[in-house]
Ligand binder design. Structure first.
Ligand code: IPD
Length: 268
């Protein structure tokens, strides 16, 4: 039987709030968080809070739904038989967390046969929670949210982000150099899930980034889509590691064509 997305969302929200408390309490307990490991590059950091939060999320989700699969940023990979898989980023925006910048999030998505049906993005520092089910709309703290409706690239506030690899960053800087003179302004918040929720809420008119992993994208993309945002790659491709472009339908074509002309889906 196909699980009800609302039931999956309720579980995800409870677990995201619990993990958020753990992450926030650990941050509040010390002046400085220490880096416990690095991943793809020396700037791609892991803290003990990332690991502890992912363990909590895994334990809570799989004890509530033992047959499910799970993919977590910090290495959790569980193959389940139920058809439901959870995609988890215990702290999206780990570098912000390290520096105590209040822009980081617990991101949990539920996928059925590979398609996200429920997602929550919770910022423990602000207390804000975005939640969505497919076809059920997107909400911030219970209130429906909607994209900005912006239809002009030269009036668009555009969020973006950068990878950890320096060659990729150099290519991203070249793209940004061409985008910046053509838009209202640019923001780099440091947490992809919050960028996507920001477009959903009208805080930004658009967002693009190359190099996102599934856990950066899954929950925030559903929140954005349910708020009327198109979330795609280039040429109608699915959003993914090559590039994610998120904007309302009136703005999307102009941003898409600019990014396509700049080869924003390549590392130079
Ligand atoms: C990162 C953040 C950042 C984005 C990077 C992501 P992490 O996730 O979302 O904003 O620019 O591409 O890897 O490492 O903090 O979970």
């Amino acid at each position: 039987m196909t699980p009800d997305p609302g039931t999956l969302l309720d579980l995800a929200v409870d677990v995201a709030h619990e993990a958020g408390r753990l992450v926030r309490d650990r941050r509040d307990a010390v002046d400085r968080i220490t880096v416990s490991a690095t991943k793809s590059t020396p700037t791609d950091v892991v803290t003990e809070s990332d690991t502890a939060a992912e363990a909590l999320i895994r334990r809570r989700l799989l004890s509530a739904r033992p047959g499910d699969g799970l993919l977590g940023e910090e290495g959790a990979t569980v193959t389940g038989g139920s058809g439901v898989a959870w995609v988890v980023d215990p702290i999206d925006g780990t570098v912000n967390y390290l520096y105590d910048i209040p822009q980081y999030a617990v991101s949990i998505a539920a996928q059925v046969d590979g398609r996200t049906v429920a997602g929550v993005v919770h910022n423990p520092a602000s207390g804000q929670t975005w939640a969505a089910t497919r076809g059920g709309g997107a909400r911030l703290d219970g209130r429906p949210v909607r994209e900005s409706g912006c239809d002009r690239l030269d009036r668009a506030l555009v969020a973006t982000g950068f990878g950890y690899d320096s060659a990729r960053r150099a290519a991203q800087a070249d793209v940004l150099r061409a985008v910046l003179p053509r838009v209202r302004d640019v923001r780099r918040l440091g947490a992809a899930s919050l960028d996507l929720c920001g477009v959903a809420t009208g805080w930004f008119d658009a967002y693009y980034e190359r190099g996102l992993a599934p856990w950066d994208l899954a929950a925030g993309a559903l929140v954005a889509e349910e708020a009327g945002v198109l979330v795609e790659g280039l040429g109608g491709a699915a959003p993914g590691p090559e590039i994610v472009i998120a904007a309302g339908p009136a703005l999307f074509p102009a941003l898409h064509d600019l990014l396509a002309s700049l080869g924003a889906d390549r590392d130079g």
